[in-house]
Design a protein around this ligand. Structure first.
Ligand code: FAD
Length: 478
């Protein structure tokens, strides 16, 4: 009698669109049974349940389309093409498992509270039809549940958190891509990627994204190698200069799990010892700290961690919000950043801090509005990095400074873009303005009239006083 064919394993991909260092794919391939790689495009473009669940932003959807294309091609080369399906994962995954005759579904766990809730729902749905969900460890470097301060509480401040992270971190183990995958026969039928409408069509606003980025695992490694060869040594100072390509630009690749923090950490630790490498590892540490905070405070994506900020007298000024979004505030460094974001789906970190401070402190608009705009327009929009960074900028997060930090957009511009290269690139109407005036063009009304550049929305000095008064009022009430 012929032995019955071994049951296939479904490998469910989520924010882990790669072949190498993929514990779930690696384990499934190692069993020697047929593998059904599956990605479920949520028809509502949602991510699951809970406070961090929300529809995907437009720029992220663009990236997802192309990243799935690359993953699909890579899996096809290994022998088991990606099955794409649309719908709610808790409905679709059991259905595909049933079609394939699978007894197990493998997935990499997530720290995102929305994804973690989705895992539970999926496990229940699969169990009802006798299929086991095997959840592999998440892709972050540390387990937030285990990293605690001396009193057993979660860390509130980054520096001791990072010290503890480094002390506890062995060299992370990474896995190779499988050499080959055994396909299921017959494999569940895929739906077409185009049918999910992830790309913008009316209008097609993605030209700048196409010119700037190549999604996918191969491109992530190209970026990492270029960074290690050229920029890591000077990263400590270079990373603050927005006109220079001195940072890694790995953020969207990390966001989609095309490369892991483990792989990046090992590569940087292995080849670089200087201050540049140390500073860079510290930024990977900020990524860990952001996730750590949201795991311990899941409503952080919506609500200020310091709840007294719920009573902050935010303004309601839709026209000013729109001017900020479109890069028409009249402050050159702010406008350059917002236009870089609009055109490329990315903004330099120093400028993210400046534009964030301007929205929250100069315009007194709630940080959640800025977070939502970034969520929609960033290719690296991340469930933890985005809200945690906005709360840091707004000063209402765990790591808040003991004073109300307000960035001066003119001084920041003069310090970090002294020759105005960054501003001139993104605000071309200021191209002919001298270095002396590039961050304060209003000092020469004739020049401004000639360029047609916007008048400042607010006077920074007066806006600063207004913000400090609002902050003091909040402190007095607390
Ligand atoms: P590099 O300087 O090369 O750093 C390497 C990696 O470290 C980054 O790819 C990123 O994964 C991580 N990292 C660096 N800085 C930070 C940071 N401050 N916090 C957390 N992780 C960090 N980053 C996102 O990935 N997604 C977001 O949605 C996001 N929103 C932000 C919103 C605001 C208001 C601010 C101030 C920062 C935000 N950041 C966000 C953090 C940071 O700006 C970006 O990670 C960084 O600019 C990405 O460029 P890079 O890959 O060249 O960074």
């Amino acid at each position: 009698m012929a032995a019955s064919a071994p049951a296939p394993i479904v490998v469910l991909f989520r924010d882990d669109l790669r072949l190498a260092d993929h514990p779930a794919l690696h384990a499934a391939a190692g069993r020697g049974v047929p593998v059904v790689p599956l990605f479920v495009v949520d028809r509502d473009h949602g991510l699951g349940d809970g406070p961090t669940a929300r529809p995907l932003g437009g720029a992220v959807r663009w990236w997802l389309h192309h990243s799935l294309e690359r993953l699909s091609a890579g899996l096809a080369r290994l022998g088991a093409p990606l099955v794409l399906r649309g719908g709610r994962p808790a409905d679709v995954v059991p259905q595909v498992a049933g079609e394939a005759g699978a007894a197990e579904v493998f997935v990499i766990g997530s720290l995102d509270p929305a994804q973690a809730a989705a895992e539970k729902r999926l496990a229940d749905a699969l169990e009802r039809q006798g299929v086991r969900l095997v959840v592999f460890p998440h892709d972050h470097l540390i387990d937030p549940a285990r990293l605690r301060n001396g009193s057993g509480q979660p860390y509130q401040v980054y520096t001791p958190f990072f010290r503890a992270l480094r002390q506890g971190l062995e060299r992370p183990v990474t896995l190779p891509a499988p050499d080959a995958l055994r396909p299921a026969s017959p494999a569940p039928a895929p739906e077409s990627l185009a049918s999910f409408g992830l790309l913008p069509t009316a209008p097609d606003w993605a030209g700048g994204l196409r010119d700037t980025w190549t999604p996918g695992e191969d491109a992530a490694w190209t970026r990492l190698h270029a960074f290690l060869e050229t920029h890591v040594a000077g990263y400590r100072t270079g990373r603050n200069i927005p006109a220079e390509p001195a940072t890694s630009r790995l953020s969207p690749h990390l966001r989609f799990g095309e490369i892991t923090a483990r792989q990046v950490w090992n590569a940087v630790s292995a080849m670089a010892e200087g201050q540049g490498a140390e500073t860079f590892l510290g930024e990977i540490g900020w990524r860990e700290f952001s996730a750590y905070q949201v795991v311990h405070h899941p409503d952080m994506a919506r609500r200020s961690l310091r709840h007294e900020y719920d009573a902050f007298p935010w303004r309601d000024a839709p026209d000013e919000l729109r001017a900020w979004q479109r890069g028409r505030t009249g402050y050159p460094i702010v406008d350059a950043g917002m236009r870089e974001l609009w055109q490329t789906g990315w903004m330099h970190n120093r400028v993210r801090m400046i534009v964030g401070s301007f929205l929250v402190k100069d315009l007194l608009l709630p940080w959640q509005m800025g977070e939502a705009w970034f969520h929609d327009t960033l290719v690296d929009a991340h469930w933890a990095n985005n809200p945690a960074s906005w709360q840091w900028v707004a000063g209402c997060g765990a790591d808040a400074a003991p004073y109300f930090r307000i960035f001066n957009p003119v001084l920041q511009g003069e310090k970090f873009d002294p020759r105005g290269h960054y501003v001139r690139r993104w605000v071309p109407e200021l191209a002919g303005v001298s270095d002396r005036l590039i961050h304060r063009p209003w000092d020469s009304p004739l020049e401004v009239a000639r360029t047609g550049y916007a008048q400042p929305l607010v006077d920074h000095g007066a806006a600063r006083h207004r913000a400090l008064a609002a902050w003091r009022g909040l402190k007095d009430e607390a």
